[in-house]
Design a protein around this ligand. Sequence first.
Ligand code: FAD
Length: 368
Amino acid sequence: MTARILIVGGGIAGLSAAWGLAKRGFRVELFEQGPLPNPASSSHDEHRIIRHAYGEMQGYAHLIVQAFAVWEQLWQALGRRHYLETGSLNLLRCETPWYEGTRESLAALGIGFHDVPLDRVAAMRPMLNLDGVQRAVETDGAGMLFPVRIVTDLVVLLGRLGVRLHAGAKVTAVDPVRGTVTVGGRVHEGDAVVVAAGAWADRLVPSLKGIGVPSRQAVLYLAPPPDLAEAWATAPVMIDMSQDGDVYCLPPRDGMRLKIGDHVFSRRGNPDEDRIATEADLARLWTAARACYRDLDRYAVLEPKACFYTVTKDERFIVRPLDAKGWLISACSGHGFKFGALMGEGVAAAIAGERDPAGVEAWAAGLE
Ligand SMILES: Cc1cc2nc3c(=O)[nH]c(=O)nc-3n(C[C@H](O)[C@H](O)[C@H](O)COP(=O)(O)OP(=O)(O)OC[C@H]3O[C@@H](n4cnc5c(N)ncnc54)[C@H](O)[C@@H]3O)c2cc1C
């Protein structure tokens, strides 16, 4: 009898694990507490950055090569691509080990990394406030993934592959020793259970409590004024690094809106809360964004949005076996979408016996 695998969570990690397992012939059932896909999940947004530039976390620069390969397999399976290569522009307002770490890892990978004169940046990107910028660096091997399109297509693909999809099915307990999940008082038995529950994961996996902490994050969706529209329409993904933390920006391209967010973790909040950013959520982001972009008051605010992910102390993912029949995938950090498909595939390969389960944790943490 073919093994039956139960998956908790319909974000990029759970959907990708389901895809990896269904491809290998497993019987797969996926339980999602909301709709599929779920707008409250971390994986449901217009765009996410993917890049090789990982500073001192060089393991992730190398792992992203594997991630790109899995995305490529997904585009093949879907018959379309949900990725736009834009390159990245990185503005450094302080000394940071990011520069040397990235230069080294991109050189090893043969990926372009160039210092750009600031007067050239000023001419090409009039929306930027370059006061205090010490260095500008462009890199290749970077761009935008389109998550809503990806997770929607994945849900449809899984249905075609025979995965049993349970929307509105909140899992209240997981038993990784017996391989069971409880939904609405009913116990479902599997040969293995994969918990990919994003910012909610510590409710089902007690060992994650205090280690993977839910963090409410704010982003701003904006419309640039007409005189800057042309400059924005050709912009790459941009990251602005200062002592106060990184501000990132995804340009309005391929039908998506302009989005600005920061990489400073709130480490507070409850993922059941709404997804509308309040003035308090946004105060820090507005200050940081105004330091990076000129004339932000001339932009229309389209949506102040809140989102949740789980952060660990060192920003490394936690993907590991739980007892005899369980797996945890917690790629839910500020950089987990780009790796989500790879993490799901890695766990599927381990369950299928194609890779050593004992090695998965270090691999996923970028420490291999
Ligand atoms: C503002 C913001 C910006 C980001 N930017 C980037 C970026 O530029 N690049 C990048 O790579 N990453 C980025 N990320 C991170 C990335 O989006 C996440 O790491 C990734 O989407 C996490 O996927 P996941 O499947 O682990 O979790 P999720 O997508 O949150 O999915 C978990 C799912 O589990 C379900 N669930 C939870 N509990 C239960 C239960 N008890 N029963 C049933 N279902 C349950 C939830 O409803 C949810 O649908 C960003 C995140 C945010 C919030």
